[in-house]
Design a binder for this molecule. Structure first.
Ligand SMILES: [Zn+2]
Length: 212
């Protein structure tokens, strides 16, 4: 029997999970190396375009066969204990693809497949609301992994702009804007998270980075 999906996103659990990954992989600078994480886990990842050519279908046909999901999705092959991540590359920037890959990693690392019956993409299974909670969790995971608002807050003020942040963290301008917004709106919360980033990225923040 699977657990019930939480009624609200578990922000503390999600953030802690993302920071554990950063710590475990010994990341001390940005951008975060998603490849290294994918390689270390039982994940097979392919582009939508890979499946399209294998099955001889168009992008539209492929997307409608996966319930209209445009960016990417993951499924869990329980028998082989293998996660399959599929992601779209057409008209997607590298930065947006990175976000999709980090988001899917969130579903996997947060154990959405093991803990809940989140294996089915469409049809019976999760309600939209339940799916929404898991998706917010996956997005929060991606944000904490790729560009935590706490880290944004630690940057010198002159670097806290969309161009600088999207380059440094290799995220889209839209995601950079959101991270800055998050920092501005919830400084008190993100300040509590600063200690981890100060320690983990100390050489980046305080060493060899002097252009004041
Ligand atoms: Zn999702």
């Amino acid at each position: 029997m699977k657990n019930k999906i939480p009624g609200r996103p578990r922000f503390a659990y999600v953030s802690n999970s993302a920071w554990s990954v950063i710590e475990h992989f010994g990341f001390h600078c940005y951008p975060i190396d998603l490849d290294a994480i994918y390689k270390a886990l039982p994940i097979v990842s392919h582009t939508y375009q890979y499946y399209m050519s294998m099955w001889g279908v168009t992008l539209d046909e492929y997307i409608s066969s996966v319930c209209g999901i445009k960016d990417g999705f993951s499924i869990y092959d329980k028998g082989n204990n293998l996660y399959v991540v599929s992601y779209n590359t057409q008209d997607m920037t590298q930065a947006r693809i990175r976000w999709t890959l980090a988001h899917e990693l969130g579903h996997i690392i947060l154990n959405h497949f093991g803990e809940f019956d989140a294996t089915s993409l469409c049809g019976p299974g999760l309600t939209e609301e339940e799916y929404g909670v898991l998706d917010v969790e996956a997005n929060t995971f991606a944000s904490e992994l790729l560009c935590s608002p706490a880290m944004v807050g630690l940057l010198p003020e002159r670097e806290r702009n969309i161009d600088y942040i999207s380059n440094l963290f290799f995220i889209s301008k839209q995601a950079a804007e959101k991270a800055i917004e998050q920092w501005m709106e919830h400084q008190w919360l993100h300040k509590k998270h600063a200690a981890f980033f100060e320690q983990q990225f100390s050489s980046y923040l305080y060493g060899g980075h002097e252009s004041a």
